[in-house]
Design a protein around this ligand. Structure first.
Ligand SMILES: [Zn+2]
Length: 110
């Protein structure tokens, strides 16, 4: 799991940091940390959810017009730099994987 690999890399970096403070050679520990980080980067990313057409869609509503933040009915927040989910071609919710239903009620696209 990526989380475990990152933890091992962090442990190796902390070990290297401690070794440095004690005047010990740190190259081996740094190389170990680099190897752990490379393994973490190369590890396959497990999808949170698979796209699904079935069942109820996930409804996205404008949560904060000022920051461009939208709230999904599955409990996530998502901010857009420019425009909303429709303008940014959101088709599926990134959290639950259901089809996104954009509720533009109250949205101001001026
Ligand atoms: Zn969702």
């Amino acid at each position: 799991m990526t989380q475990q690999l990152l933890q091992k890399a962090l442990d190796a970096l902390e070990w290297a940091d401690n070794g440095y403070k004690e005047g010990e050679p740190i190259q081996a520990a740094i190389q170990a940390a680099i190897a752990e980080l490379r393994a973490a980067i190369d590890a396959p990313v497990e999808p949170v959810a698979q796209p699904s057409q079935a069942g109820e869609p996930c409804e996205w509503t404008l949560d904060d017009d000022e920051s461009g933040t939208w709230a999904s009915s599955c409990g996530e927040l998502w901010s857009f730099i420019d425009g909303g989910p429709a303008e940014n071609r959101v088709a599926y919710c990134h959290h639950c994987g259901k089809r996104a239903a954009i509720n533009a009620k109250g949205a101001d696209h001026g």
